[in-house]
Design a protein around this ligand. Structure first.
Ligand code: 13P
Length: 263
């Protein structure tokens, strides 16, 4: 349909290669949807994701980072992903998720990832902004997308008021300043979302998201996609969320499917 045709025209003549994440997100913003983004740590997981996305005619972002690299390092992860992409011909990006150092970003540039997140959200504003500016300077000339995070998305737990440990909600003015200084293409926001399985259903701060979207005119990314109610997702997508990250749901599905094999 329209979606495939439009992205096709962007990649005409090109071999089926990973696209910059920016390309996928721009299309998503224009047409009012979010690109699903999955942590993928081995060939089986990547193949399942690509197979389903081909069937659904959906673009997708394959991600890996510090949680996945002990299983398959950047070069191997990218090589396996490229081999599978050639078979499935899905519109896809290969993204570094929660990169924790400039060295890791460089390694992923070398491995031909098409998008990078350096997560310095727990550091000072200055340190975070300076590093992300540097990543943009390194990546943009190569056509590689850059994602930063301001405010911090924590992990689900049952003890804190926000339902999440280590969270610091994104301040809209700070986000605007951060986007302006760094030049990032995509911004991860903290609006009541958290990584892991929600202990109680999240309550997103939509007023905050609306203000962020108004001040920061770049695509936004929602981390902690697992367990997010559909109505929350729909509303968030109408307010600039163009990428939804999922990891825990995949791991849970795999664990439950593996039980009969193990016992
Ligand atoms: P979940 O594990 O909650 O789905 O979050 C994934 C994520 O945000 C990866 O960056």
């Amino acid at each position: 349909g329209g979606l495939s045709a439009e992205i096709d025209s962007l990649t005409k003549g090109a071999n089926m290669k990973f696209l910059p994440m920016k390309t996928l997100m721009a299309h998503a913003m224009k047409h009012g949807y979010a690109v699903p983004s999955f942590c993928a740590w081995n060939a089986e997981v990547m193949e399942t994701i690509l197979e389903i996305c081909r069937r659904l005619r959906s673009p997708v972002i394959l991600m890996a980072g510090p949680g996945e690299f002990p299983l398959l390092g950047p070069a191997s992860n990218a090589a396996v992903a490229r081999a599978l992409l050639a078979k499935y011909k899905v519109k896809a990006a290969l993204h570094l998720d929660h990169g924790d150092s400039l060295e890791m970003v460089k390694e992923c540039v070398k491995a031909q990832f098409t998008s990078m997140m350096l997560d310095f959200s727990t550091r000072s504003f200055e340190e975070n902004a300076t590093a992300l500016k540097q990543v943009c300077r390194m990546c943009h000339p190569k056509g590689i997308t850059v994602e930063g995070e301001i405010g911090a998305v924590g992990k689900c737990d049952s003890t804190t008021v926000e339902g999440s440990k280590g969270s610091r909600l994104t301040d809209p003015d700070e986000a605007a300043e951060y986007a302006r200084i760094t030049g990032v293409d995509c911004l991860a926001v903290s609006i009541g979302n958290a990584h892991g399985s929600y202990v109680k259903l999240p309550q997103f701060d939509f007023d905050r998201l609306a203000r962020i979207h108004e001040k920061v005119r770049i695509p936004l990314s929602l981390h902690g996609g697992t367990g997010t109610p559909d109505d929350h997702l729909e509303k968030a997508v109408s307010m600039g969320i163009a990428k939804v990250n999922v990891a825990t749901a995949l791991i849970s599905a795999l664990t439950s499917k593996s039980k009969p094999l193990i016992s």
